[in-house]
Design a protein. Sequence first.
Length: 332
Amino acid sequence: MKYRVPDYYKDFSCIGSKCKNNCCIGWEIDIDDKTLKDYYQVEGEFGKRLCDNIIHEDSAYFKMDKKGRCAFLNKNNLCDIFTKLGENHLCQICTDHPRFYNEFADIKEIGIGLSCEVAADLILNQKEPVSFLETGNNLGNLEEMFIFYVRNKIFEILQNRKLDMSQRINLMLEFTQKMQNYVNQGKHSLDLIEINIQDNTQKHWKKASSAESWKQWKTILLNLEILDDTWKKLLMNTDSQKNIQINDIFYEQLLVYFIYRHFMHAINDKNMIDKVKFAVISCHIIARIIQENDLNNMGLIKEDIPRLYSKEVEYSDENQEIIFDEILFESF
Ligand code: SF4
């Protein structure tokens, strides 16, 4: 098995009770079967509390109070399961979060998700281009290697600081479309992976970030299941015709994150271009909301917007599926 992590991964550590956006508030926390069995073995008063605070529907999950707090999050914002039973009695989601794991071709890629405030701060405020650290060796079959090396070239394009961000986005879309055409034709020779494209325009980004595009995505986002009222307020407030500025390392890191997290799913569906479009659309939505709202007045900082977006879109399978279905009809 080969393992891959972004270079900032080692610097992540949860701040627990000091966290302003604790992940035990506002989420339905599912309990995996193994942990559920373990909870039903717990005796005494705490065992009874566990049984009383687990809801069984399609899956089992913890009850929440009226403010959306997990039933086991105490007034000091610490987890009672952790303090009473120990860390190894946490359910899988609580153990993992905000880490994510993508496995393909005997390769495991690990990262941290933007929905956590510490992770968002760490990811988006890296000043140097992110690199990825690997252990073990496994390259997969030719098709898997092709998709992997296409992604490496995409990172190269996104991290080319000689170009404006909008030019990098344009180039990334042109390059990925060309590579997608090869995959559609069943061609996977690594020699085909050459950037070799002269395109210094901003045409794709201009279309992707237009007022028209915003109107369309605003409607889609408002029709999703919304987890956080602040997100809804931000969406409602965002409506002007401004040209969005993305020449900031923050947006490079944001795009690299989305590509790292989602692109390799193309191994399963052979659809690389939609993963790239997802990254571009996400970048537009986040940039527009940041630039058209008085965040300070709302008690928010810039990093809160990708954090909220990730919570609403990346951490809801249903919402993410709707977004990817919509992207099938997106042309820019
Ligand atoms: S959101 Fe991140 S920092 Fe906050 S409690 Fe969860 S894992 Fe820890």
